[in-house]
Design a protein around this ligand. Structure first.
Ligand SMILES: CC(C)(COP(=O)(O)OP(=O)(O)OC[C@H]1O[C@@H](n2cnc3c(N)ncnc32)[C@H](O)[C@@H]1OP(=O)(O)O)[C@@H](O)C(=O)NCCC(=O)NCCS
Length: 220
């Protein structure tokens, strides 16, 4: 069992080999999300590709060789989608074929595919935190905050001044966690027929030396 400030919890960049553990954590802990309904095999495939893309990055928290948390991010979501499809497009198409005759899943799939257009607004940064999870037995110990700290540094290193995150409005711990980590509410939209809060963070306030000009996104 990890403890707050546990030096044995290592936060490091995610590797393709972490994909099955990350997918399992995602499916078991983000039950409200659409991606979880696709199951661990599809998610493993997506997470194998993500660290190899230029527009995506991820970190994991590891203790005694076990992945107990992760964070996934995009500097430009449309580009990340393209990067994943380029690497895993055929495999994903085959895996997703069985949903073609399921109108509900198909509709959610299309909503997910077109989601980047929905948040492609001049008042919102392009850089985005996609998912963050800590295993239930390791919560409340600051692990997700350490993961977020590494993500902030990486966004800043890539030249971004702000980042956003969308989260289900009814997810109380997650909303509290984003606010605690410096995000400010910037609006609400409906996604997958649910209200989602949009939070934005000014990275200059959390990463010493992060460039801050008038632009909201910047970077590559
Ligand atoms: C949200 C989540 C990632 C937080 O992970 P964590 O490692 O426990 O977070 P931290 O220990 O870094 O907590 C940081 C702050 O978040 C807030 N927070 C975390 N869990 C909370 C809870 N259950 N209730 C209220 N606030 C909470 C607190 O302000 C906390 O600071 P504090 O400990 O000083 O009070 C974790 O609960 C989780 O994996 N939830 C399921 C997946 C999810 O909803 N992810 C977010 C949407 S993708």
């Amino acid at each position: 069992m990890a403890e707050r400030g546990d030096v044995n919890v290592v936060v490091r960049p995610m590797r393709p080999a972490d994909a099955p553990s990350v997918a399992r954590l995602h499916v078991s802990q983000i039950t409200a999300g659409f991606l979880s309904t696709l199951g661990p095999r599809v998610l493993t495939s997506i997470y194998r590709a993500l660290p190899r893309t230029r527009a995506g990055f991820a970190f994991v928290a590891e203790r005694d060789g076990e992945v107990i948390g992760f964070i996934t991010c995009a500097t430009r979501l449309k580009k990340l989608y393209r990067g994943i499809l380029w690497r895993k497009g055929w495999l994903l198409s085959l895996m997703l074929l069985r949903y073609v005759f399921n109108p509900r899943v198909l509709q959610k799939m299309l909503q997910t595919l077109f989601y980047p257009n929905k948040v492609d607004r001049p008042d919102l940064p392009e850089a985005e935190v996609l998912s963050v999870v800590t295993a239930p037995q390791a919560r409340g110990l600051g692990i997700a905050s350490r993961l977020m700290g590494r993500a902030f540094e990486e966004f800043a290193r890539r030249g971004h001044t702000h980042a956003k995150v969308l989260v289900g409005a009814d997810l109380v711990p997650a909303n509290a966690y984003y606010r605690k980590n410096g995000f400010r509410l910037a609006g609400t939209i409906r996604h997958h027929d649910q209200p989602e809060n949009i939070y934005v963070i000014d990275l200059a306030g959390v990463v010493p030396g992060a460039a801050n000009d008038a632009r909201r996104s910047g970077g590559e």
